[in-house]
Structures are given as structure tokens and as C-alpha cells.
Design a protein around this ligand. Sequence first.
Ligand code: ACO
Length: 327
Amino acid sequence: KAGAFILGTGRALPSRVLTNRDLEKMVDTSDEWITVRTGIKERRLVAEGESNSKLAISAAKKALEKAKVTPEELDLIIVATLTPDYLMPSVAVLVQQALGAKRAGAFDLSATCSGFLYALSIADKFVREDPKRKILVIGSEVLSHKTNWEDRTTCVLFGDGAGAAVVTGSPDGERGVISTHLHADGSLWHLLTLKGCGSLYPPCDPRIPKEDYYIRMQGREVFKQAVRAMESVTLEAIEAGGIDPQEIALLIPHQANIRIIEYLRERLELPPERVFVNIHKYGNTSAASIPIALDEAIEEGRLSPGDLVLMVSFGGGFTWAAVLMRW
Ligand code: ACO
């Protein structure tokens, strides 16, 4: 029996655009290297006055409008993020306050790029318990403030943005989330870190290298793990759903690298039109990448009722996840 059903989605991207050509002026890189190695052409960055919570609120308002749900109807708000405005309060309570969602509980969830799928999985459990519940699930990031703009191996990869979905119980037991698959392996955590400003790494501690206040990644090793994990969780979801890969109407992978996405597409023998790609416009927006992609896919008319949708992610931790749903 199906669980969480998506009533409406929304997205918010900052207006500032940083192109590969702009980056050529900042670090020793080239448009060609970035395009060939990652698929990214440009990314969005927050400007003065923009923040994670503002992006999240903007995406949430659009999702609520499309879902025809009022803030007062919300039971729960979950924000997946690794770049909250503050450590306290959470982004989720800032969203709750701004929307006037008086009845809703609210919390942030930290699972890096898999955060949105982790959050959607939690929402799925809540609406399976009571299908009338309405839950706002958001992925929102301001990675640009955690990017070392002198490190060419990371600064070309990331972007800012937010995506949101309003979720309730399945309307008919058929449409909605079929299965959720969450995984983690902390044994290789050191390959991808953002240590600075955690309680072990207080701000401005002179003993701590400056680089540790930003995202650090051993890209090649992470790439190998990402390919392996994305493939295995995809096959796990396909098996759990008892489906043939050819039945997938749209695969929505986390947008970290076009080569990872292409590998997955070829492995499943899916034609390009059945795999959603927008990495060229936004880069890697971590927890925001899948909900932004989902919102654009809907807007482009790429999903019809009854379609099978598979969302797959991989990120720091490591964490990886998949959610299979009938649209
Ligand atoms: N411009 C030009 N050259 C560069 C750049 C750059 N921006 N960055 C690195 N290089 C150089 C390297 O120094 C290296 O040079 P060398 O051969 O002389 O040593 C060469 O290019 C190749 O570097 P690699 O790191 O091997 O390049 P690779 O093909 O692996 O691509 C990339 C790097 C894009 C980072 C890739 O490894 C990747 O996408 N990794 C996975 C990312 C991912 O999935 N992350 C998980 C989610 S992120 C999160 O959780 C927040």
C-alpha cells in the first residue's frame, strides 16, 4: 500500500549567477574542465540579504500554494540542510514562524545530499500512521558560504537553492511512496567534511586550519563510492518495488556529477528523456537538489498520474538513499 503523496512542490533559486567563465577569473580552472568533468555550466549564489531560511520559506510558500494547503493545516515541517542559518534555532522553526504554521512541529535533519530523501521517508511514516496529516518537507542549502573559493577542486561544484514538497497520505492506496531505502557508512567520513563551527571546531580557533571551515573533499574517492552506492540503492529499490527498470518513467538522481548520472542511466538502459538533469544550471545543491529537480520536472510536464518515479541520492557521511513512488 502506498504512503506519502506529494500534493505540491516549489523551488527558490537565488538570482546571482556564477558561470564557469567567472570561475576562470577566480581560480586556475577552465569552462572545458568543469563542463567535461562535472556537467556544470553555472550555479546560483545567495546575494546580500538572502539566506537559507529565506530560500526555504520562498520554496515552501510556492509548494503550499500549488498543494492548496494553508500553513495552519501543517502538522510537521522538516528541513534537510547542512548549512542552516544558525545552529540554534533550526531553519525549520524559522520557516514555521514565517508561514504562521501554528500547529506544526518543526525540526532540521542532517543527512547531507541525501537529506531530502531521508526527510521524505520520515514524512512517509507519519502519513502512513494518519493519512490526513500534512507535512512540509524542504531541502535548502547555502553552500556558497561554506565553500573555499581558493580551492579549485571544490569551489566549481556547489550552488545554493531550496526545494519544497507538501506531503499527505495516499489518496487511493496506489499513488504515493512505494518504498524508502536509507543507508549510511561512517567509516569513510573523512573523505568529505565540513568541520568548522561544530562544537569540536569552535569558530576562529587559531589551532584549526582555515580549510576546515569549508567543505573539503577527496573527489576521486568520493566519486567511486558515489557510483557504487547510487547503483546499489537503485537496484535495491527496483527489487523492492518488484518492477522492471524499463517501467521507471522518471529517474531523479542527486545532481552531483553528470558522469555519475550517466553511469546510472546506462546501467538501467534508460533513454535520456527518462532521467532528469539540471546540474548544468545549478551545480550540486546538496539536500536541495532533488526537490528542485522534482519541481522542475513537474513544471516541464514530465510526470503523469500513475508514473513510476525513482529518486536516488548520495552524499557526505556517507549517506545514500532511494525513494520509489507512483506519481
Ligand atoms: N579545474 C581544473 N583542474 C582541476 C580542477 C578544476 N576545477 N579540480 C581538480 N583539477 C585537477 C586535479 O588537480 C587533478 O590534476 P592532477 O591529475 O594533475 O593531479 C585533475 O584535475 C583530476 O582531478 P580529479 O579529482 O581526479 O578529477 P575527477 O575526474 O575525479 O573530478 C570531481 C573531480 C568532479 C570532484 C569528481 O571527483 C566528483 O564529482 N566527485 C564526487 C562528488 C560527489 O558525488 N560528492 C557527493 C555529494 S557532495 C556533498 O555531500 C556535499
